[in-house]
Design a protein around this ligand. Structure first.
Ligand code: NAD
Length: 259
């Protein structure tokens, strides 16, 4: 079998949190194109259903939508139960749901701080933990991909995002910790650190939209990224050709963190 054949995801069962739109949606489309069956997990169940229907119609693979708030342990457990009822096993978890609040540190309320940490870091912990519990018990283990950000490595500028930056640095360390704990038990855990990407999170945020020109100028390739440019690395991490890859963070940022 050639390398491209080996990279396919035929028969793999995957959930994607924050899969209704943006990066999650784009990566979910790629997983399905590579042959996987999917659950789109999101708070926004209407958008999640649309994405699942689009995926199923396009690829002939199975795609369902499950409503869950990743910050709620009961929701996460119920999501896993529904997933297993539908698919029997869980091969890949893409723990991707995240938000951003741009407020100067001295003005940030404790509620704003907690909301970002809750969704971006605790939400990733809860979903990765729940996925890990299934994968540790099943034959063949599994692969977990957590969405961090280049702002887990550097401080985003000029927008003030201390809670976001701290949450994403946390995701990178959480990923490494889980990878080491589960390394001998066939569960791999890696993170993805995108640079500035054009998604609803950035394009539709009144505080971020005006900064897109500036970000493009600050990025060595002189533009922001497209969600499709994160697809291939996620397909690689989800599949069996990445069998020796765990505890790694993959920065995809048009060169931003190199300067
Ligand atoms: P987006 O806002 O377009 O999509 C996020 C999705 O997550 C939405 O569908 C939303 O409904 C869902 N969501 C939010 N809170 C949730 C919760 N509590 N439970 C379940 N679902 C929830 O965002 P995006 O740009 O696609 O970002 C996806 C991930 O990528 C985030 O973790 C983000 O921090 C990260 N990221 C984005 C960029 C960027 O420039 N867009 C850069 C680096 C990292």
């Amino acid at each position: 079998m050639g390398i491209i054949e080996k990279m396919r995801l035929d028969g793999k069962k995957i959930f994607v949190t924050g899969g209704a739109r943006g990066i999650g949606r784009s990566v979910a489309l790629a997983f399905a194109e590579a042959g996987a069956d999917l659950a789109i997990v999101d708070l926004d169940i209407e958008e999640a259903k649309k994405t699942a229907e689009e995926i199923a119609a396009k690829n002939g693979t199975k795609a369902i939508a499950i409503k869950a708030d990743v910050t709620n342990p009961e929701d996460v457990n119920a999501m896993i139960d529904k997933f297993l009822k539908e698919f029997d096993r869980l091969d890949v978890a893409f723990c991707n749901a995240g938000i951003c609040i741009n407020t100067p540190a001295e003005e940030m309320s404790y509620e704003q701080w907690k909301k970002v940490l809750d969704i971006n870091l605790s939400g990733v912990f809860l979903t990765a933990q729940a996925a890990g519990k299934v994968m540790l018990k099943q034959e063949g283990g599994g692969s977990i991909i957590n969405t961090a950000s280049m702002s887990g490595h550097i401080v985003n500028y000029p927008q003030p995002q201390c809670s976001y930056n701290a949450s994403k640095a946390g995701v990178i360390q959480l990923t490494k910790s889980l990878a080491v704990e589960w390394a001998t038990r066939n569960v791999r855990v890696n993170s993805l650190s995108p640079g500035y990407m054009g998604t609803e999170l950035t394009l539709n945020s009144p505080s971020l939209k005006p900064l897109i020109e500036q970000w493009s100028d600050m990025t060595p390739v002189k533009r922001i990224g497209k969600p499709e440019e994160l697809q291939s690395i996620c397909v690689y991490l989800a599949g069996d050709t990445s069998s020796f890859t765990t505890g790694s963070d993959f920065v995809v940022d048009g060169g931003f963190t190199s300067i």
